[in-house]
Design a protein around this ligand. Structure first.
Ligand code: FAD
Length: 500
């Protein structure tokens, strides 16, 4: 058989997406693939993206990064989940924490059915009290999951907050050490092959022409290759996720170093708070139909923990995704492939997931359409189901104190989401299909947190008497509380293991 291997890949863009892709491919192909990365200091990067989900640990482990060093190098902190404040109604808060809900596996019937029966009767507290990561997060505690059998301490699931600029720089070091060649400058032209429209080469502002066989578009929102050159098209989801702007501002740290992201609902969107070692990242994600930029900036600046360290930085976006993520010999990874607002910290994960799928379906020079179709199908599924999860936060709210929230409450939602809500509402069941990113436990916490309580619980719950049920559920609460009590504080853990 002829050798049809791809010999040269060109990555356009050196933000988080570009350097994550370059670091991963250079690690996996070990110099068998020539990799050139083009980036422009003049254009710069989006410069936000600080909260992650636990899967990133797999990516870092694949690269062989030492976790303490990674946290130190990126001014990072640990994240046990996200606290949602004022989303259901002003004054209400709940956690979407990583990891499980309840204690040991109870067999066929998930813990929340037992909890639900008691909660309905006023004999159980909020779900957060039975979710180990949430219990630890509220107490400001952190340690890595320890190998202690039969203890909740073996079930700590963590992700990170970090400075995305430092992360990209850190990965660049790894990628360049493994042979990735970096070209600084602006791409000003993209040449397509006459016979099939495949990308042949890009031309830089100094006239240099860079040819390649596989092109990876990591150029950010502009989609330089996938959209500007290949005109792939974009599916706009603003009717479900109407926020289209953000202002980002770092502020000085103060007070406790919390091991979680906070998302606070505001009149025309929501505000994030992400604690790093050296500062707190903040931003207001809002809908320009309902608030002006100046007013949004005032709201943001009035709600910081400490002094603002810069002027608020404006960002604009349209929520949605490319009609094709992979088209001809071009794969879009990162913001060029689509965007969901950072409500559940999904963007960096999508980069990681795209890289994993690219490796799974890595082409040869035939670029088999079946591989490309499979890649596009899987990526679309992941985007759509994650979109549904975000829409849930907006749709299921009792808020009617602003135009924005009335609009969200009243909107039509995707059928896939409506079905999920109905299934849960009727009997407390959650169906996670195929490669959906968010687990049953994630859906559970956000549905309950947003005020959706099932009408019934699993019939097998009645096999326990009320007293047995109460004893079991209360026992779980006490075990989690005690286990969290022996954990160090988040600040102590960092000072000890990974202070920058
Ligand atoms: P960019 O950072 O925009 O990088 C694009 C690169 O392409 C740059 O290097 C640029 O120089 C280069 N480039 C562009 N045009 C050219 C050209 N003509 N020639 C040469 N080079 C070019 N994600 C999370 O996971 N968690 C979060 O908490 C989070 N928060 C976010 C908040 C906001 C408001 C926004 C907008 C995004 C957030 N994200 C978050 C997403 C995250 O920022 C991005 O997924 C991530 O930074 C990847 O961006 P990128 O590399 O695709 O694009």
């Amino acid at each position: 058989m002829d050798d049809r291997r791809i010999r040269k890949t060109v990555i356009v863009g050196g933000g988080t997406a570009g350097w994550m892709t370059a670091a991963a491919l250079s690690r996996l192909f070990e110099r068998q693939l020539e990799i050139v990365l083009i980036e422009s200091d003049e254009i710069g990067t989006v410069g936000v993206g600080e909260a992650t989900i636990p899967q990133i640990r797999l990516y870092n482990a694949m690269l062989g990064l030492d976790e303490n060093e990674f946290v130190r190098r990126t001014q990072g902190t640990f994240k046990l989940g996200i606290e949602f404040v004022d989303w259901l109604r002003p004054g209400h808060r709940y956690m979407h924490a990583f990891g499980g809900v309840g204690g040991r596996d109870l067999g066929l019937v998930p813990f929340h059915h037992y909890w639900l029966k008691l909660h309905r009767r006023g004999h159980a507290g909020p779900l957060d009290d039975y979710t180990f990561n949430a219990v630890a997060a509220r107490r400001g505690r952190f340690m890595r999951g320890a190998d202690v059998s039969d203890s909740p301490l073996s079930n700590v699931f963590h992700a990170f907050h970090f400075d995305a600029g430092l992360y990209a720089r850190y990965l660049r070091g790894h990628a360049e050490a493994r042979g990735v060649r970096r070209c600084e400058g602006r791409v000003v032209d993209v040449a397509l092959r006459a016979e099939d429209g495949f990308i042949e080469a890009v031309t830089m502002d100094d006239g240099t022409r860079i040819e390649g066989e596989l092109f990876i578009d990591c150029s950010g929102f502009r989609g330089l290759l996938i959209e500007q050159a290949l005109k792939t098209g974009y599916e706009d989801w603003s009717r479900w996720l109407p926020c289209n702007r953000a202002l980002a501002v770092p502020c000085a740290s103060g007070g406790e170093l919390t091991p979680y992201t906070r998302s606070t609902a505001r009149a025309a969107g929501w505000q994030w708070r992400i604690p790093l070692q050296h500062r707190i990242g903040n931003g207001y994600v809002y809908c320009s139909d309902h608030i002006g930029d100046d007013e949004a900036a005032s709201v943001l600046l009035a709600n910081l923990d400490g002094e603002a360290l810069a002027d608020p930085r404006p960002l604009r976006f349209v929520t949605g995704m490319r009609r094709r993520f992979w088209h001809r010999n071009c794969v879009a990874i990162g913001l060029s492939s689509g965007f969901l607002e950072p409500l559940e910290s999904t963007s960096i994960h999508f980069i990681q997931s795209s890289i994993a799928k690219l490796v799974q379906f890595f082409p040869d020079r035939r670029f088999a359409p079946a591989d490309i179709d499979a890649y596009n199908r899987l990526t679309r599924f992941e985007f759509e189901r994650s979109r549904d999860f975000l829409v849930l936060h907006y749709k299921a709210t009792e808020r009617d104190d602003s135009e924005f929230w009335r609009r969200c409450r009243g909107m039509q939602i995707p059928e896939t989401l409506a079905d999920k809500i109905e299934l849960f509402r009727s009997g407390g069941r959650i169906l996670r299909e195929r490669e959906e990113l968010f687990t049953e436990v994630s859906w559970l916490q956000v549905m309950v947190g947003q005020g959706i309580l099932p009408a019934a619980w699993h019939p097998m719950v009645e096999l326990l008497s009320d007293e047995e049920c109460e004893r079991m559920v209360e026992g779980v609460r006490r075990v989690l509380e005690n286990a969290a009590g022996v954990m160090p504080t988040h600040a102590d853990f960092i000072a000890r293991h990974c202070a920058a």
